[in-house]
Design a protein. Structure first.
Ligand code: SAM
Length: 280
């Protein structure tokens, strides 16, 4: 049962014409996400993770079938306690909000959160990833998930990039959007910030002369700089790197997918820091 405090505040909605539903559906558009400074995350686990990590929830939407589900009702109570709105909707409304035939039972609308570039102050063996003009939401989401998985500290988006708060990107992060700080910068802002970077900037390049496995990454902050899917790293960014490394390939493929290359690099850079732990 929803806690007493939440009971009176759950609105039931059955119509797609409801203005709140219209506003949530409009979050599919970047312009509207930016206007509202909001975005949508699907699934109970993601919403719980986000609340646990202190993200601000504006609205919780849950399907009628979630009524009576203890976990859903707990999240509803947390949303009300945080000053958010709770909507109980029909499956049809939820499918329209998520644009999916078989939607998750729960959707949360959260405030966007960006980290200021000036607040990224690497120390110790911190690892960051900078992505130049990343275009593909699946690639960005997968990179954020991998950055989270290896314990790297954050991602810097350089130039005109895909939106980390799009539905596709958030889905691909599998919740890591809430765990990984994301900053954005123009190329000029990035190059200025890079001058103060206290460790090694390793760029990945198909023309890199150095095998990525031959570089000592441990014991200092590392910034991995990854190029755009079509064009790779532009000259100005390649020139700011301490090392330009390459992942050797066999076969006919010209290059690796951006997210795969980032994953390969991250596991090498973090090799000494990662151990199999008994999580039980
Ligand atoms: N046509 C692009 C080019 O000429 O660079 C291909 C870009 S690739 C799809 C996207 C990014 O992934 C590259 O800019 C680089 O950062 C990284 N990458 C992919 N394969 C790589 C490899 N074998 N060695 C180093 N970096 C690689």
């Amino acid at each position: 049962m929803i806690e007493r405090r939440a009971v009176g505040q759950v609105k039931e909605i059955t119509s797609l014409a409801n203005p709140v539903v219209k506003d949530i559906r409009a979050l599919a558009m970047k312009k509207f996400r930016d206007q509202q400074n909001a975005f949508m995350a699907e699934g109970l686990k993601l919403v719980i993770d986000a609340l646990d990590l202190g993200w601000t929830i504006n609205t919780l939407v849950f399907a009628k079938s979630g009524k009576g589900n203890a976990a859903v009702e707990k999240v509803a109570a947390r949303t009300v306690a945080a000053g958010g709105l709770v909507l109980q909707v029909t499956e049809k409304v939820l499918a329209a909000i998520t644009r999916r035939g078989n939607p998750q039972m729960v959707v949360g609308v959260f405030e966007q959160r960006w980290t200021a570039l000036k607040d990224i102050r690497p120390k110790g063996d911190d690892v960051y990833v900078a992505l130049d003009r990343v275009r593909d939401p699946g690639n960005l989401g997968t990179v954020l998930r991998t950055v989270d998985a290896v314990g790297a500290k954050g991602v810097i988006l350089i130039g005109d990039t895909t939106d980390p708060f799009s539905v596709e990107t958030v889905r691909a992060t599998m919740g890591s959007i809430f765990a990984v700080p994301v900053a954005r910068a123009t190329e000029e802002q990035f190059l200025a910030w890079r001058k103060g970077f206290p460790g090694m900037v390793a760029g990945t390049h198909l023309k890199g002369a150095v095998d990525y496995r031959s570089v000592p990454y441990a014991g200092k902050p590392v910034l991995l700089l990854m190029g755009n899917e079509q064009q790779g790293l532009p000259d100005a960014l390649a020139a700011c790197c301490d090392r330009l490394v390459r992942i050797p390939q066999a076969g006919r493929a010209d290059s690796l997918n951006l997210a795969v290359a980032t994953g390969v690099m991250l596991f090498e850079v973090r090799r000494d820091a990662l151990v199999i732990e008994d999580r039980a």
